[in-house]
Design a protein around this ligand. Structure first.
Ligand code: ZN
Length: 316
């Protein structure tokens, strides 16, 4: 059995004391969907863990560009579907997207007056397949009757081959910046408590971050202008601070370092958490955690956790 004794006697998200109803759970600080198995905390209750997963983490892990990175870098995601499976183009044709390209859905009309089935399909084979299905399902014919029709091309195909020119379709890569960043704030907040102890939960800035996390956990979608501005100021995407660190990591092969999380006291005595996921510049962030870094970093200037490509966790 894994030891899941939490460091705190309460959930660091909802604040409820651990008891029969509020049960500690294994929470992945960097979401498991991003490949992290080692960096975990037991200070989050089961309910918050589940709700953070579906209402907060998912905005990071399921964003289309992140999914592309997961597919490229994670063995478990090599078959991950990047695009929505069903798309409609500008002409109203429906497509199913597969790895080897878009497959058009047959557009079927039954011409009631003449009793003809009119289909537009990508190929004759596709048409025969679809015709079999319709004859069976809609016209309740048995296999012998179906074979008779299909084998009589005069009756079945009018002899003309039509090709459909596919239209164009777009997949939205827009991002909800507030919720994307909130998923990153979750990583920083949980890491800070795990590494610096329960005292950080009493920090005024921790209280602000926790309030956003609770709102996100509860499924709040409409973060307003003011919240968005505040969240953006607290969580920076690949800014100059992380760029400096990024240049260091860029010289390291991916297989050596997959994830890095670090806490540092900056010159203004601010406590900053840096996060680098899958050793990617695109997934490199800094989160401002506190104005009072000296409260938590008395003896040390920094705390660093590195997870290597082969799954070792190194702390420094
Ligand atoms: Zn909780």
């Amino acid at each position: 059995m894994e030891d899941i004794t939490p460091m705190t006697d309460f959930c660091i998200i909802c604040g409820n004391p651990f008891d029969d109803k509020t049960v500690p759970s294994k929470e992945h600080i960097i979401p498991e969907a991003l490949g992290n198995e080692k960096l975990v905390t037991y200070c989050v209750c089961e309910k918050c863990n589940n709700e953070l997963g579906s209402n907060v983490d998912s905005y990071l892990t399921d964003y289309i560009l992140v999914k592309m990175l997961r597919k490229e870098k994670l063995e478990k995601d090599k078959d991950l579907q990047i695009f929505d499976s069903d798309l409609t183009d500008d002409k109203g044709n429906k497509y199913r997207i597969r790895d080897d390209g878009p497959e058009i859905f047959p557009k079927i009309d039954v011409d009631k007056q003449n009793g003809h089935i009119h289909m537009e399909v990508a190929s004759v084979e596709e048409g025969i397949k679809e015709a079999r299905r319709i004859l069976k399902k809609r016209f309740k014919l048995d296999n012998v009757q179906i074979d008779e029709i299909i084998n009589d091309p005069e009756r079945f195909i009018r002899g003309e081959t039509q090709y459909i020119v596919p239209g164009t379709f777009k997949q939205d890569a827009d991002i909800d910046q507030a919720r994307f960043r909130l998923a990153v704030i979750k990583i920083a907040y949980e890491y800070a408590v795990e590494k610096m102890g329960v005292s950080y939960t009493s920090d005024p800035d921790a209280a602000v971050l926790r309030a956003y996390l609770k709102a996100g956990r509860n499924g709040k979608k409409d973060f307003g202008e003011k919240d968005y501005k505040d969240i953006s100021e607290r969580c920076h995407l690949n800014d100059s601070f992380t760029e400096v660190i990024g240049t260091v990591f860029n010289s390291i092969p991916d297989k050596l370092v997959s994830y890095t999380v670090w806490l540092v006291k900056d010159r203004g005595n601010q406590l900053v958490c840096g996060i680098r996921i899958l050793n990617s510049d695109f997934l490199t962030f800094s989160v401002f955690l506190s104005k009072n870094a000296e409260n938590y970093m008395k003896k040390r200037k920094s705390i660093v956790t590195v997870i290597t490509g082969d799954g070792q966790l190194i702390e420094a």
